[in-house]
Write a protein that binds this ligand. Structure first.
Ligand code: SF4
Ligand code: SF4
Length: 451
């Protein structure tokens, strides 16, 4: 049966929505959480438990509502249409061709669209490559480093590593000259190898855009044993739905301080060689935070502009909160802009600031870090206050150790110079080839500039 069509928001009905945001970044999951592989740390696999009896595939009706409402909602000239999973290549190419057709149908004359697509790369072939190139997609490829690190957790249903198959997908993207970024999770299997992982992406995969995501899988005393086994369905075992609860973390999770060390190791390599030629998301957003700007929700003062659209039209507050308590509605019943601008979603976003611990509020790095993502706030602060970020020791370490270099890059920018000029200031002769060399050089540079 055809579902009820959402009401079209025309000028008069839009007035009913108070202060709608000019733009937001909605992640659409056309296959829900269904995936063709079985990464051990992927708690999204457990979300199949939300819709256990249905085949998780987005219908043409839902696709059309999604594109129409998203384009209607935006007041900015550029709109991002973002596909994610699960694994979106499990939808066939003609689904995405229909999405392109819908964009043409509903796009306002002054709107341009950026298509982004996150994939594990395994099903990519020349047809996908040609399609991505033709429509200028930016493709995110999930790789966790060289083979032994990647294969530690990114495995198929037979527990076999997927590295070789992912590299074939990468070759497709290269062959068709598709713009791609690497999405690398940081976990117990690669946390001690920041430089090696970064060099692999830069030198072997020719990556220019890299995003590192810390793996923090929460569990309670009741769920930790099952959680340590992984989140996929297992015969003879009740399906566990991952929720952001519990103060324990799985053994795959990155250790907090080590996350900071990993990012510092990457930074030391980057700041010597690759400023302005390789873009690492955390470094970009840290530098912009020195100017009071925040384009990444995790380190922004508030959040709530990154909702998720499930395959059946359900909208949730955030990709990390696809759970019943955070469902905002369904696009077949209400316009997505109403949900994004709703008091409930605003509260979700403002809670990020309102729930900061006293330690965060007094922290010298608050303007850079903003307490991190609320999903990671389940530890005790130094004063024993609950709700503090598990990753804090690593975040604080990273922001402290890189402060001289980022301050210098910010100063260069203020003077109208390129941040890349910092590379000429770095002490390349440091015997440790480490952060000490870089940071001492930066501190010396700052002192020279101050006198
Ligand atoms: S909960 Fe975390 S990931 Fe979600 S929007 Fe807020 S900061 Fe971003
Ligand atoms: S570094 Fe730690 S104390 Fe400072 S804002 Fe971030 S989470 Fe809070």
């Amino acid at each position: 049966m055809k579902k009820k069509r959402a009401k079209v928001i025309d000028r008069s009905s839009r007035k009913e929505i108070l202060d709608p945001p000019p733009a937001f970044h909605l992640l659409a999951k056309p296959t829900g959480s269904t995936c063709n592989i079985n990464c051990t740390y992927c708690f999204f696999l457990s979300k199949e438990a939300l819709y256990p009896t249905e085949k998780n595939r987005m219908s043409d009706d839902t696709l059309e509502e999604h594109i129409r409402q998203l384009l209607e909602s935006h007041k900015t000239p550029e709109v991002a249409i973002s596909w994610q999973g699960g694994e979106p290549t499990l939808m066939r190419l003609d689904f995405f061709q229909k999405a392109i057709d819908m964009v043409e149908k509903y796009k306002k004359p002054d709107q341009s669209v950026l298509h982004t697509f996150q994939t594990n790369g395994i099903l990519l072939d020349d047809a996908w490559g040609a399609f991505f190139k033709k429509h200028n997609f930016l493709v995110g490829l999930s790789v966790d480093g060289p083979r032994e690190m990647h294969d530690q957790y990114r495995v198929d249903r037979g527990a076999k590593g997927t590295f070789d198959r992912v590299m074939k997908g990468w070759e497709v993207l290269r062959r068709h000259e598709v713009d791609f970024n690497i999405l690398c999770t940081v976990h117990a299997g690669n946390e001690r190898h920041g430089r090696e992982v970064y060099r692999f992406f830069r030198d072997e995969l020719d990556a220019q855009w890299i995003q590192f995501i810390p793996i923090v899988e929460r569990a309670t005393t009741k769920t930790i044993a099952i959680a340590n086994e992984g989140w996929a369905a297992k015969a003879g075992r009740d399906r566990l739905l991952y929720k952001q609860e519990g103060k324990l973390v799985t053994e795959r999770s990155v250790r907090s301080k080590q996350y900071g060390q990993f990012m510092l190791d990457v930074f030391e390599e980057w700041v010597r060689n690759d400023v302005a030629s390789v873009f690492v998301q955390l470094f970009d957003v840290t530098l912009e935070a020195y100017f009071g700007q925040h384009s990444l929700c995790v380190h922004a003062p508030t959040c709530g502009l990154g909702p998720v659209l499930e395959y059946n039209g359900d909208v949730y507050s955030c990709d990390h909160y696809v759970e019943p308590d955070f469902k905002l509605g369904n696009i077949h019943d209400a316009h997505m802009l109403e949900m994004v601008a709703s008091p409930r979603q605003r509260r979700f976003g403002n809670d990020k600031y309102d729930s900061l611990t006293a330690q965060c509020r007094q922290c010298e790095f608050l303007s850079l870090c903003n307490g991190g993502c609320p999903k990671d706030r389940f530890s005790l602060s130094r004063d024993g206050e609950p709700g503090h970020n598990y990753l804090c020791p690593g975040l604080e370490f990273f922001f402290r150790r890189t402060r001289p270099a980022f301050s210098t890059m910010a100063e260069l920018l203020t003077q109208g110079r390129a941040p890349a000029d910092i590379m000429a200031l770095v002490d390349r002769t440091s015997p440790r080839g480490s952060d000490v060399g870089v940071n001492e050089a930066m501190a010396g540079h700052r002192r020279r500039m101050e006198h």
